[in-house]
Design a protein around this ligand. Structure first.
Ligand code: PGA
Length: 255
């Protein structure tokens, strides 16, 4: 059985762009990419810009995503935002367990798990991030680390929930550093992730799940990464903050 996996190109704007700056960027993205065929396109601005960007992308083929959420539906959680709130503001996607959240804000596989369940319960597509640090890769533990993140992060999810989810492999040593995993390093890890999903769920689900690569994806390396059979798109930080570079990467995803 041949499964067609539609690539996803997602921009993670991190803590960049005020709402007014975000509107300008989003307008540029809509203009540049509205007629692009092929990949699913997602932009993930900061919380404060979601509503404004949502209005800009409404009716276009660009979907709105958030960068984080809290797992509770509502409650006394000062400073947090729930899945229902994201859904109501127009989000269809949400990034979960980004390495910066794990590193600076104490996210664990358990919080990734709770957040993924909450997102799915509200009809949001989680983009669940996994990836090893440089020390872990150098110690030969990259595969084991990613496997543990997958087991913990996806624990207890039902097959039909996993089918809706997107994974992103982001080696921590490649994020914002200008160092990219080589296409074959990335491809091998993606194959391992797919195999792990096959073991945890089943081979049909493993075959259909989209696995994005993230970490210093730029217009000049996008094509060789996206050409790889196991790489189903990209999660882009720095290069998503400029219309031209984001558009060039998205165009490279037209396989
Ligand atoms: P980068 O970030 O493209 O700037 O390396 C990727 C990410 O953190 O999602």
């Amino acid at each position: 059985m041949l499964t067609m996996r539609i690539p996803v190109i997602a921009g993670n704007w991190k803590m960049y762009k005020t709402p007014s700056e975000a509107i300008v960027l989003a307008e540029g993205v809509v203009k540049a990419l509205s007629s692009l065929d092929g990949p699913e396109l997602v932009v993930c601005p900061p919380f404060t810009a979601l509503a404004a960007v949502g209005r800009v992308v409404a009716g276009s083929r660009i979907s709105l995503g958030a960068q984080n959420l809290h797992w509770a539906r509502e409650g006394a959680y000062t400073g947090e935002v729930s899945a229902a709130m994201l859904q109501d503001v127009g989000c269809r996607h949400v990034i979960i367990g980004h390495s910066e959240r794990r590193q600076y804000f104490g996210e664990t596989d358990e919080s990734v798990n709770r957040k993924s369940c909450a997102a799915l319960a509200c009809g949001l597509t989680p983009i669940v991030c996994v990836g090893e640090t440089l020390a872990e890769r150098e110690a030969g533990r990259a595969y084991a680390v990613v496997e543990t993140q997958l087991k913990g992060g996806l624990s207890g999810l039902l097959p039909e929930q996993i089918q809706k989810l997107v994974l992103a492999y982001e080696p921590v040593w490649a994020i914002g550093t200008g160092k990219t995993a080589t296409p074959s390093q990335a491809d091998e890890m993606h194959a391992h992730i797919r195999k792990t999903i096959g073991m945890l769920f089943d081979s049909g689900i493993a075959c259909g799940i989209r696995i994005l690569y993230g970490g210093s994806v730029k217009p000049d390396n996008a094509r060789e990464l996206l050409e790889r059979t196991e790489i189903d798109g990209a999660l882009i930080g720095g290069a998503s903050l400029q219309v031209d570079s984001f558009a060039a990467i998205a165009s490279a995803a037209q396989k």
